[in-house]
Design a protein around this ligand. Sequence first.
Ligand code: ADE
Length: 318
Amino acid sequence: GMPLLMERTISRQITLESIVGVGRYGEVWKASWSGENIAVKIFKTIDEQSWKNEVDIYQTNMIHHASILNFIAADSKDIGDSVQLWIVTSFHPFGSLFDYLTNNELDEITALKMSLSIAHGLSHLHMYIPTFSLGAKPSIAHRDFKSKNILVKNDLSCCISDFGKQISSFYLDNFGNTNNVNVNNNNRIDNNINKIGTTRYMAPELLDGRLQMNSLDVELWKLADIYSMSLIFWEIATRTNISDLARPYQLPYFDSVSFDPTMDEMNAVVNVQRVRPALSSDWNRSVILKELMRSMTSCWFSARLTALCVKKNLLKHA
Ligand code: ADE
């Protein structure tokens, strides 16, 4: 599309300041652009597919949402002997939800605000939105949903980020044409097969192979995201301080699996032993934590709610 013309040069106007995140994908920098703080995610060149996949999401019609990380530009920057792949977004000083929960306890109101905004963002991502004239917004599944891929905004609501593993639905537009929003990279899925998700957050059906990694069924992947969201809600609940009862931050299944669990290890716990993260009876003292518990337990076994339904249930307490 036309914005790309501008985007080709934006990296020249940006000053990188400090690294705020490093991962398998590459690095995230705090940077400045005409006096404003922004974030720049720089991909490893070998991971061009994740960059393209993430750029696709941000160029989807109607993706813009308060609970989806705000996209500014994409750029491929020639640095002599190779090309640097950039995604430029809003900067959020609190960093990821994982970072925030590690260092801070929450009050109930904040726990509700965070979980509601997460459900709201996921419901928007998942939703198919038909339009009168322009292309519709397809259903999108995230496929690597976890507290490290959620950012905490200044008002302590959250937004979803890291769309490198997303999958979008094919859809019919208003003229009855079949569109594939990812038409430019139909190798994408194959290239990603061995890289999908983080085992700790993988839905039971992924761990035992009922849902295959190469499945193109977005509806099934949406259900897998919902399971991951239930673990994120549990992380939030464990850090919520109702009468001095917050526990130190721990990853989901910290007490059941090793630090970097294999799929077999996760499968033994999640499917064979049917273990789920422990709930605290103290949470019954708060209507908000009770609702969060209800959401978790309705989302981490087989009959899962939709993100929209979870959002509506939480909204009753807002
Ligand atoms: N870490 C990863 N992405 C970030 C962003 N947009 N703002 C702040 N920290 C981040």
